[in-house]
Structure formats: C-alpha cells, structure tokens
Ligand binder design. Structure first.
Ligand code: DX5
Ligand code: ZN
Length: 275
C-alpha cells in the first residue's frame, strides 16, 4: 500500500486520486459536506488543486476560531461546539518558545484534531526554522501551512515546498515588519496572514497598522489570494479589517471568552459581511 493511501485509510478518508473533491465522501458533518476534502488528502503532486483554498475563497468572509484559548482538557467537546456553530475551518497556533516567547503544541495535537474532525486545519507556525517541519505538519493533517517571514532568510523555497506537499501556502508578518519584506513572495502565496498583534499570545490589543497593510495588499495581490488577519479581532475591529480587504478573520478571545460560541461567530461574520 502506498504511503498516501495508507495515510488516508488511517485518517478514515476516501481515496481521491484526481485531486477533485468528493462531495459525497461523508455525511456526518455539515461543514465537511460544504467543504469537501482538502489538500492534504491528495497525494499526486502534479494534480494537486488545494481544494481547501478554493472552498475557503468561495465562503468568505470566514471567521476562524483560534484554539489557543480553548479548553484543552475538553478538546473534543470544543471541536463539536465549533462544528455546531458552523465554522469553516480551525486555526491552530503552533509556538516554540524560541521564535516567540510562548510555547503551545505541535504535531501530536494537530494529528489528534485531524482524527476528531474533518474541518480544514489552518496551521499558523510561530517557530524558528519552519522548513524543518513542513512535511511533518502535512503528515499530521494540516491543510494550510503558514510560517513567518521573520523566521526564514528566504521564504521562496518553503512556500514552494508547502504547495508541492499539497497544502495551501501562507506567509505571515508581524506588525513591526514592513510589507516590503513579503512583496517578492506574493505570487507564491495562497494566503497572506497580517498579524494585528505581535505573534505569541492571545488576548492582546489590536494594532491598526494591520489595516494599512491589508489595504495595500488587497491592491497588490490577485483576488484569489486569501487575506487573513489575526490578533485582537472582535466586534469593534473586524469591520475595519473587512473594509480594508481581509476575508479570513482569526478570533480567539472574542469566541472563547463568550458563553455562546455560535452567537459570537454569527455576530462577527455578520459584521464582516457588512463591509
Ligand atoms: C497570536 C495568535 C492568535 C491569537 C488570537 O499569536 O496567532 O491566533 O490566539 O487570539 P485573540 O483573538 O485573543 O487575539
Ligand atoms: Zn494565529
């Protein structure tokens, strides 16, 4: 049995050899029916279409819960609550205590989440030398893999590698990093992640410098590039970001510190749609 097929069996997915979605592969999750299968399930590098990316594009504006602030003692319950709230994907924050002064989790937690849900996994690497782990995160089940421009001397090879592994390729920049740093790589990106707080912690205050970057990026990239904003996104900041061109909104505190995830996600999505 080839590695790709055996991995799909391990994850409980159907073999989808031609890179297209199988809309009828499962019936147990509304969100999976809506999104179909995702990039990591395709193992023929020449035929990869990164379906997660195109399906997220079709669903924008999308609010993505950042699991950083969830209850890790009840991960499965948290995932079910988010599925019931109709989220389109999960945002996973991987920190190494080196690139950022905080430490979270790595491949085993991503793999556990992969087994718990068919939702696309949007993995945000805040680690030094992310090139060491691209294949491992793909094997763990990541659909989109984003790393920081500040963590690499040249983002080009890793963006290419991520795509050739079948994942959507994302490039992130911190509030203090000028847009010029990522400009040479925009054509290799499926997603650009504009940080509106310095990477490392949930619950920080939104930095408006992100809005200018989003506006400028929206004019600089084609409409098929997803623009994601992350940090301090809530009812008062999401509208400005949407207006500036963001279409994916990562939210931690404003979901996980509310009693009703569904209501919070609905209200945020509504606010983003108004702009
Ligand atoms: C910060 C992380 C974010 C963060 C978002 O480094 O990338 O995803 O957890 O949390 P809030 O919404 O609380 O800023
Ligand atoms: Zn994040």
């Amino acid at each position: 049995m080839n590695a790709g097929l055996s991995r799909q069996r391990r994850l409980g997915h159907e073999h989808i050899p031609d890179g297209r979605d199988n809309e009828h592969a499962t019936s147990d999750a509304t969100t999976f029916r809506a999104f179909g299968s995702c990039g990591h399930l395709n193992f023929d590098a020449h035929l990869m279409t990164r379906p997660c990316i195109s399906r997220l594009r079709a669903a924008v504006p999308v609010v993505l819960p950042s699991l950083l602030l969830c209850d890790f003692g009840n991960l499965e319950r948290e995932v079910r609550r988010l599925e019931e709230a109709g989220v389109a994907a999960l945002h996973l924050d991987v920190m190494d205590g080196n690139f950022v002064p905080n430490l979270t989790y790595g491949m085993p937690v991503v793999e556990s989440l992969r087994r718990l849900t068919k939702l696309p996994l949007d993995v945000h690497l805040m680690i030094a030398r992310p090139d060491r782990f691209a294949a491992a995160f793909r094997d763990a089940g990541s659909d989109i893999l984003t790393f920081h421009i500040e963590a690499v001397p040249d983002a080009g090879p890793l963006l290419d590698q991520i795509r050739s592994l079948g994942m959507g390729a994302g490039l992130a920049l911190n509030p203090a990093t000028p847009l010029e740093a990522i400009r040479p790589y925009l054509r290799q990106c499926d997603l650009v992640l504009v940080m509106s707080v310095p990477a490392g912690f949930g619950g920080q205050g939104f930095q408006p410098v992100a809005v200018d970057k989003l506006r400028e990026l929206r004019g600089a990239v084609t409409s098929d590039v997803l623009l994601e904003v992350d940090g301090g996104i809530n009812q008062s900041t999401i509208g400005t970001c949407a207006k500036a061109g963001a279409n994916l909104f990562v939210v931690g505190s404003a979901i996980f510190r509310s009693a009703d995830y569904s209501a919070a996600i609905r209200a945020l999505t509504q606010r983003a749609s108004e702009n």
